[in-house]
Every structure is written in structure tokens, then in C-alpha cells.
Design a protein around this ligand. Structure first.
Ligand code: SF4
Length: 206
């Protein structure tokens, strides 16, 4: 699949979307951005004030914090894919409503399908609950990786929360430090599960 045009087309659909009432109150939709072939996808909750103004994810203080975490593991934001559960800002940064999350779900599903990351890092409780429903809460499971549908899900505190609380900042930096080893394991698992060349030959016979 040629991922770049597929993501660009999806972004156009998101910018034109009116599936839920947030489409009428946003300044800009925020589809997501980054490397279409990224091994790591970061999924936040929804755009904030600065993101809504610029149409880009994680560009305010939270974005600078995320970039500093990435720098700690020798990555830049251009090397990962960054998006949100919902693509338009709720008024006054209120929590997204269940019906808004449901309306926006197909966009995130398609982003995951196209980018096909090995590791999804959830930022904040709404993103965690999207991938790990019925989990006991972010303060209990942050930094604990779980495999879901062949991908590793790593829940973290939202950067805005970590910025406000030194304890959560320390925890987030520790959680983040696991990413290189988790990625190495995920690469090895995917390589093991990849079809052998013989399998392709057999498939082509039928
Ligand atoms: S939040 Fe999602 S579903 Fe609602 S209008 Fe924006 S893109 Fe469409």
C-alpha cells in the first residue's frame, strides 16, 4: 500500500467531516501527522487550543514535552506518527463525549490500518480506554504494556498531566524509557510471524 496518499486522502475526509457536532465548532480539524511508515504511533485524546488553531497535533506545551521525551530516546516527532482519538477540539477543552468518540472511531481505525505501527502509545485516560476498555485506570496501568491484536499498547499519562505533576513527570520518563526495548521485541515478534517465502510460493499456486 502506498501509505502517504492514503493518509493524505483520509486527512481530507477528516477536514471535511461533520459526523458529530464538534465539526461545527472547531477552527481546524487535526487529522494527525508523522512518518507514514512509523513503527510507533502516539494517540492523544483530542486537540487543544493550539492544535485547533494550527490544525496539527501536540504543538503547545504538551507537544514540547512530548518532543523532549522523544529526544530522550533519540527520536524526533518526524520519525513517529502522532494523532488523537477525536480529531476536533471539544469546546473549552471539555472531555470528549462517548458519541463523539464513536463517530470519530473509523478515522483512527483507518490510520492504524494504514500506518500499521508495532507499538501504540496512548496518552491520557481516554486514549487508554479506547484501546484497553475495562482497564483499572491510568494510575494503575501506566507503563504496563499489553498486546492487543498483534500490537503492543503502552499506556502513559497525558503530557499535560505529567507537566502539572512532578511525580507523573518522573513516572512518564521511566515509562518512556521502555520504548526502545519494547520496539525491539515487537520487531522480533513480527519477523517471526511473517509468512516464510515458501508460504508465498504456495499461495501463488492457488
Ligand atoms: S470529531 Fe471526528 S467525527 Fe466529529 S466532526 Fe471532527 S472528525 Fe468528524
Amino acid at each position: 500500500m502506498n501509505k502517504e496518499p492514503a493518509l493524505a486522502q483520509l486527512a481530507e475526509e477528516i477536514r471535511a467531516c461533520r459526523r458529530c457536532p464538534l465539526g461545527s465548532v472547531r477552527t481546524h480539524a487535526v487529522p494527525g501527522e508523522g512518518d507514514p511508515n512509523a513503527e510507533i504511533m502516539f494517540v492523544g485524546e483530542g486537540p487543544g487550543y493550539h492544535e485547533d488553531r494550527q490544525g496539527r497535533p501536540f504543538v503547545g506545551n504538551s507537544g514540547a514535552y512530548l518532543e523532549s521525551l522523544l529526544a530522550d530516546i533519540h527520536l524526533t516527532r518526524e520519525q513517529v506518527y502522532i494523532c488523537n482519538v477525536i480529531k476536533c477540539r471539544p469546546p473549552h477543552n471539555r472531555d470528549p463525549l462517548p458519541q463523539e468518540i464513536a463517530a470519530c472511531k473509523p478515522y483512527l481505525e483507518r490510520q492504524i490500518e494504514i500506518v500499521d505501527p508495532l507499538l501504540i502509545v496512548t496518552l491520557g485516560r481516554f486514549s487508554m480506554a479506547y484501546f484497553l476498555p475495562n482497564s483499572p485506570g491510568i494510575s494503575r496501568i501506566h507503563g504496563k504494556p499489553t498486546e492487543v491484536d498483534g500490537r503492543i499498547i503502552l499506556p502513559l499519562f497525558h503530557p499535560a498531566a505529567a507537566l502539572r505533576n512532578p511525580k507523573w513527570d518522573r513516572a512518564t520518563r521511566q515509562d518512556f524509557a521502555q520504548i526502545p526495548s519494547l520496539l525491539a521485541k515487537a520487531r522480533a515478534t513480527r519477523a517471526q510471524n511473517a509468512p516464510a517465502p515458501d508460504d508465498f510460493e504456495q499461495l501463488s499456486l492457488f
